[in-house]
Design a protein around this ligand. Structure first.
Ligand code: GLA
Length: 725
């Protein structure tokens, strides 16, 4: 049993962690612990409620002032009644007042997982024994309720949470803020680890000590953004890959988000994560409810490595749709960096026919196949084949590709519209825009108002028609700008604060209907590379184009950062041409492959322009990737070293009998000393054999001494070693 209830105390246990809270004086729900496993269910003796402090704010009925609302660690706090820290919930009542006084009302233990309605979230996916705790809180003065759902995934060491705000008042209530997660901690000796960046440099890890006041990060871009991933960690000062306490949190959401860590006056941090409340207000009429996105939480007492592996396994097993759970996906070639807009049917078939001889299994036709799309200024919204490139449409092209032995995939950017398009000429009002204001362009395009049902139906129909018109087995769903002038003519003035979130819900709705109608379709998500790389999108598409930057050196930092929260099998990663199109850097074919192997692996270059020798290398690489597919995609992942000079990582099979180690040097240079890469996660008692050299290497030597990588002058060294017991 993973959920224990005893006399108003609740204890949620996973294999290695405990999360607990209990009802305290006057019905407040007090958070008591999240961290390594403990035995106590009732922790009242640990937390003195009454403290001899001035400026206490007690609840209305606490005439003796024993409870300080501003001091108690709470499960879900509300604005307006004396908790002066940043609060999880802020509501505006019909009379204009902004307050809610949330007290415990009831609980229920439910068999199975809970997922927020109309939103992506974790599911059981065939695993038994999963339980959910539902807690209901009620506002003392009104009929406003909060239902909190905690699902315990015991084996994975993950707990998920989301909340419903339910209005049973006769009058409307506006939800102005509703966090998905609140976690009150007891001391401030933590570092905040966030994953920040920009286009082509996403998810760079940044670690900084907590200081008093509020720190955190947001997205106001309508997407989860290139700048701040909705994933972060809080770790102890000395936490490293192998040791130390660390919390990890994912928001399963692809729109505006906010993470706040406020270190309050007594050095007690409050962590909130959820939809960004800027520009947000959701009107609840009587009997309506607002459902927050879900948060995934894990805790590791043994460093970042364990935290990452818990999330990797969890995402593979409980976020991916059952169809893609632990399944091998095709190795692809994408024509974007190979041809850009300069292609036609024959060129693609030529590419596919060479690709098929090299072990590649799928060709993805990227941007430029529709309307009269000569460049990025036209035709988004007109999803009919461009006669100049595909004179006979998609069917003969798909057949031609299939005849080479490859599957066929297609690129679309369904949420967008170009001013130069039939769609815009017919429906200029279908754009997300504010009457009387100019319409901001991003990459020469506008965003469709998906809040409008008619527009949403058009988009669903357009995707559906394309997918039904030929044998299309893969869809690259792109999104190449942020949202501005977020206003929908279909919403009343008092509901415009819902537009950002309704847009995200509409995207999810379309995705949901597409995967239901085309159950075998594989979707790769993309937003100018990794601008919408989040667990929300991973629910619909098990792989996301990690970044538009395909340079191997740049990718080391991007994939390193991404790996903290996301499994390698979700990271789109391709070998591209040199000099690299984003950086101009030249790296060896080996290095490009060694970096791209740690992802979905594929190619994005004109293989018809390569030498025979290079094509032979590709053949060897595709064979290598297929041979080690399970180890890379489903094995445990270890970050072994990462600094300005080099990076090393490895994959270890569940039975510890197979190990794949990668090492890449970021820049060549003079001098330098030999590097020793110490392996992690292996069996110290076993004797491994190097598949290439036949050399026998003891596990304890590999662990304690390491593999020596001699530095060679001037060269950017790279190494890949497969070891097997
Ligand atoms: C975005 C994507 C690229 C490519 C182009 C096409 O930038 O990230 O991979 O599909 O759009 O326009």
């Amino acid at each position: 049993m993973s959920i224990i209830h005893n006399n108003g105390c609740f204890k949620l246990d996973t294999k290695n962690t405990t999360y607990s809270f209990q009802i305290t004086k006057f019905g407040f729900l007090m958070h008591t612990h999240y961290g390594a496993k403990i035995s106590d269910v009732d922790l009242a003796h640990v937390y003195p409620l009454a403290r001899n402090r001035s400026f206490i704010n007690a609840p209305a009925e606490d005439t003796e002032m024993v409870l300080n609302i501003n001091d108690v660690p709470q499960e879900y706090s509300a604005f307006g009644i004396g908790d002066f820290r940043t609060t999880a919930l802020r509501v505006r009542h019909n009379d204009g007042s902004r307050a809610a006084d949330l007290r415990y009302q009831s609980f229920e233990i439910i068999k199975g997982a809970a997922k927020p309605e109309a939103l992506p979230g974790a599911t059981e996916n065939g695993e038994e024994g999963i339980e959910t705790l539902k807690i209901t809180l009620k506002d003392t003065a009104t009929e406003l309720y909060v239902n909190m759902y905690y699902t315990v995934y015991e084996k994975c060491d993950v707990i998920t949470r989301f909340n419903e705000i339910v209005n049973k008042c006769d009058t409307p209530v506006f939800v102005e803020k509703a966090a998905s997660l609140q976690l009150d901690l007891f001391h401030r000796e933590y570092d905040l680890v966030q994953f920040e960046g920009r286009w082509a440099q996403e998810r760079h890890m940044k670690r900084s000590a907590l200081s008093s006041g509020t720190q955190g990060f947001v997205s106001r871009k309508g997407t989860s953004s290139h700048q701040h991933s909705p994933f972060f960690c809080l770790c102890e000062k000395d936490t490293n890959e192998k040791a130390g306490g660390v919390y990890g949190f994912h928001l399963v959401y692809s729109g505006n988000h906010r993470t706040e860590v406020e270190v309050a006056q007594f050095d007690n941090p409050r962590v909130l994560m959820g939809i960004n409340d800027e520009g947000f207000a959701w009107k609840l009429e009587n009997a309506d409810k607002f459902t927050t996105p879900q948060v995934l939480m894990t805790y590791s007492a043994s460093g970042f490595g364990k935290m990452s592996n818990s999330f990797h396994a969890f995402i593979r097993n409980h976020i991916f749709r059952p169809k893609w759970k632990n399944v091998r996906r095709p190795l692809l070639i994408n024509n974007w960096e190979a041809t850009y807009f300069d292609f036609d049917q024959q060129k693609l078939i030529d590419l596919a026919s060479t690709a098929s001889k090299l072990g590649i299994e799928l060709l993805v036709m990227d941007d430029g196949w529709f309307g009269h799309r000569e460049d990025d200024k036209t035709s988004l919204g007109d999803w009919t084949p461009y006669k100049k490139r595909l004179p006979n449409g998609l069917k003969p092209l798909a057949e031609g590709i299939n005849a080479t032995g490859l599957k066929f995939g297609i690129w679309m950017e369904p949420e967008m519209i170009s001013e130069d398009s039939e769609l815009y000429r017919a429906h200029p009002d279908w754009v997300l825009s504010i009457p009387g204001r100019g319409r901001s362009l991003g990459r020469n395009q506008y965003v469709l108002d998906l809040v409008n049902d008619e527009v949403r139906e058009y988009v669903f129909g357009a995707i559906s028609d394309v997918l039904s018109s030929a044998n299309i087995e893969y869809l690259k769903w792109d999104m190449n700008r942020y949202l501005t002038e977020v206003y929908s003519a279909t919403l009343s003035a008092d509901r415009q604060g819902e537009a950002y979130h309704r847009y995200v819900l509409a995207v999810y709705d379309i995705l949901d209907r597409i995967i239901t109608k085309f159950p075998n379709l594989l979707i790769e998500h993309c937003s100018g590379g990794g601008g919408r790389f989040d667990t929300g999108m991973l629910y619909y598409s098990p792989q996301i184009w990690t970044s538009d930057d395909t340079d191997a050196v740049e990718r080391i930092d991007i994939q390193y950062g991404t790996s903290f929260g996301f499994p390698v099998t979700s990271m789109g990663s391709h070998v591209s041409a040199v000099p690299n199109h984003q950086t101009g850097r030249v790296t060896s074919m080996d290095m490009r492959a060694n970096v791209a192997f740690s992802g979905t692996f594929g190619y994005e270059l004109d293989i018809n322009k390569l030498t025979n020798e290079e094509r032979e290398m590709i053949k060897a690489q595709t064979a290598f990737y297929k041979e080690h597919y399970n180890l890379i995609n489903f094995g445990d992942y270890y970050r072994l070293a990462h600094n300005d000079t080099f990076s090393a990582w490895s994959f270890v099979s569940g039975d510890k009998k197979e190990v794949l180690v990668f090492y890449v040097q970021k820049e060549g240079g003079p001098n330098g000393s030999d590097v020793f890469v110490k392996l992690d996660g292996i069996d110290p008692g076993a004797c491994y054999k190097d598949a290439q050299t036949g050399e026998a290497l003891y596990g304890n030597t590999l662990k304690n001494v390491g593999l020596c990588v001699p530095i060679t002058q001037g060269e950017r060294k790279t190494m890949c070693k497969y070891l097997k017991v």
